[in-house]
Write a protein of this length. Structure first.
Length: 278
């Protein structure tokens, strides 16, 4: 009886916390179907005034037609997908080398790589900016893509730990068959890493998608805007188009929700297998 009561309280607590976390998103979604004058009405209206009316999707249409939000969404999807793929490729290679291959200074390199996790981006952004300025990469997508093709500390750590758990007999069998390091990586280790690779791709894509600092710093041409910069269009000097801003925010969150919905099982599998020593 006591156990059932404790379970009920636990479920109630989970429900309350879930409502608290999901309420901002529901508020944003609800107000994206509301006219500008009624968003901050007193008393507040929780039922959108444009719901099930001919003007229901006007905020979304205006975001696409007047502010070219579709183009900016495509820019973000293309750029950050390439960046995420680059991080997956490089981090998988680095993780394999640091976990399987033995060479002088391996532990030192890995330690220095992990230490970089404690360095905030604000510390490195100024020398990074001057480097890209000297290379002539400003107002291009290269500063948003190329750094992802360098070994990322988190992704390398994640995949190193996974590759370290691959049973040693598989490695020995590959050596007996006479495979080289590249064949060992592509034929034996990589096929087993679908879950952590998908997890790393999702994390890298979401982090790049939500980044505002680098796009604001490196992109100046309107045609190259990403979603995070495009959202600033709805805020003028004297007013904020809250209805369009909220509609644009829903559109900016939607790709992340879709990516996570189709890939959450890989995250769960990666989490469950992370503690299993083969």
């Amino acid at each position: 009886m006591k156990q059932k009561t404790a379970d009920r309280y636990r479920l109630l607590l989970i429900a309350v916390v879930s409502i608290i976390y999901i309420f901002p998103f529901l508020w944003m979604l609800s107000n994206s179907f509301m006219s500008d004058k009624n968003i901050f009405s007193v008393p507040p209206k929780f039922i959108p005034d444009l719901l099930f009316k001919p003007q229901m999707f006007d905020n979304y249409k205006n975001a696409f037609t007047q502010y070219n939000f579709g183009r900016y969404t495509f820019n973000s999807v293309w750029v950050f997908t390439v960046a995420a793929i680059g991080q997956v490729v490089v981090c998988s290679l680095a993780g394999f080398a640091l976990s399987v291959m033995h060479f002088r200074g391996r532990n030192l390199i890995f330690s220095l790589l992990v230490v970089t996790l404690m360095i905030p981006v604000q510390v490195t952004i100024i020398p990074e900016y001057f480097l890209f300025l000297k290379l002539g990469w400003l107002d291009t997508y290269l500063p948003l893509i190329v750094p992802s093709f360098l070994a990322g500390a988190f992704g390398t750590f994640l995949l190193k730990e996974f590759f370290s758990q691959v049973p040693r007999p598989l490695f020995d069998a590959g050596i007996i068959d006479g495979v080289n390091a590249y064949q060992m990586f592509f034929r034996i280790y990589l096929p087993q890493a679908s879950s952590p690779l998908a997890t790393l791709f999702i994390i890298a894509f979401m982090n790049n998608w939500n980044d505002l600092l680098r796009p604001m710093l490196y992109i100046s041409s309107r045609r190259l805007y990403t979603v995070t910069i495009a959202l600033s269009q709805f805020q003028g000097q004297y007013e904020v188009r809250w209805n369009l801003l909220l509609a644009g925010s829903v559109l900016s969150v939607l790709p992340l929700v879709i990516v996570f919905a189709f890939s959450q099982r890989y995250i769960i599998e990666s989490t469950m297998s992370s503690g299993i020593k083969g």
